[in-house]
Design a binder for this molecule. Sequence first.
Ligand code: BG6
Length: 488
Amino acid sequence: MARKIIPGVGPQHPQVIVLFGATGDLSRRKLLPGLFHLVSFGFIPGCRIIGVSLDDMDAEGFRAFARQALKEFSSRKVNEEVWAEFSAMLNYVSLSAGAAALRAAVLTAGEELGTESRRLHYLSVPPSAALPAVHMLAEAGLVEGSHIVMEKPFGTDLKSARSLNARLHEVFDERQIFRIDHFLGKEPAQNILAFRFANGLFEPIWNRNFIDHVQIDVPETLELGKRAGFYEQTGAFRDMVVTHLFQILGFMAMEPPTSLEPAPISEEKNKVFRSMLPIDPRNVVRGQYAGYRSEAGVDPESDTETFIALKCLIDNWRWAGVPFYLRTGKRLAEGQRIISIAFREPPKSMFPAGSGVSSQGPDHLTFDLADASKMSLSFYGKRPGPGMRLDKLSLQFAMTDTGLVGDVLEAYERLILDAMRGDHTLFTTAEGIERLWEVSTPLLENPPPVRIYQPGDWGPRSIHQLIAPHVWRLPFERVWRDAAPAPA
Ligand code: BG6
């Protein structure tokens, strides 16, 4: 059965995808299921996927691997007809077969797809394997006219990031490079742009005159499990903050771009990063959950943080004096991804004593960054009945109310499609990354000691001093309202 191709959404040309790290965890969980969905939705007009990894297997072995990955990790039901079509698109070249074998497989795939096909190289490999893969592509003569997707980490500090970018640029042009940050591919992250710039209501108050402080809070309940060895070298700051949380901060804080095109958006985001003040280690709480040091692959005296909370300042006209509090960590009390904006409070003098004005904190605009996103605007309103007693009320929106949740693309799906189309809007630039490492330098050079917290808690106790006189929004005092039941 030939797939019905939906024009205009995906790339114009068929794609040969070279997937380095094809048998790795990310490939299994996200990339192979994501590519399968993109093919099954008809977003890609023809494709061949060449898996590359250290494993010694053939195309049949790779097909079996992909089938198992879909079984375990596909969020949607797998249609057997589409699978048969998809599996015929898969091929495999072991790294040990070398550049010439890779070249031959890519050229054959390209010929099968016709003269108009394009190449996408996806490097889903650990940092130490990224440059060797780039050089293998160069040796195979597969650089020209292709796009390359790189996974984090993009260095571990300013020096290594600069060196990585410089060495990458010896082979690939910046326009060919797509540095993926999957948080920017999440539907609600893009919705921040729509919400801010497609409405007249909020942008006028999106500044220091009206906003008191902002929280970007991404606690996770996850344990490290098999990732402990990787994590031990990385820690929460490098794994989550310097990548995902700072990128979300960029969308939240940037000026309106001249258009919703890649270059103007990157430029505005980079301006935010340029205005960020270097992180003061006194404004940082590093934590480690009790028991981490006895996990496999972890140094018994490890100083790696599994939790971090910090205060950032953006010294520009829009944000000077408005603290941005960021927090994330593993084995915390709840898994959440929120941005919460606290508005300045009005004078309270006119309300009678005991009215409850301001007793439940300031008005908040809150974004839930879950795939089925939610938003809430909280405010004080009058409690029905005699006198003037106030309650905290809220306006809430849930994506599930729209009936369109099924249309949500997973972050990787969206980003793969964009990289194929050559659209850099949701990707990070060399300049942006280097600046983020630069502002991080004082913290990396002088990290405060890690403080132990109990698994299932919200981090070490000093997080409260960090944010005082404000308080962390999480855990929420009032839970989100359930989505409205679908009309009968
Ligand atoms: C990854 C981090 O980039 O993002 C993980 O390496 C983290 O440590 C994950 O758990 C969170 O992503 P998501 O999409 O599950 O919120």
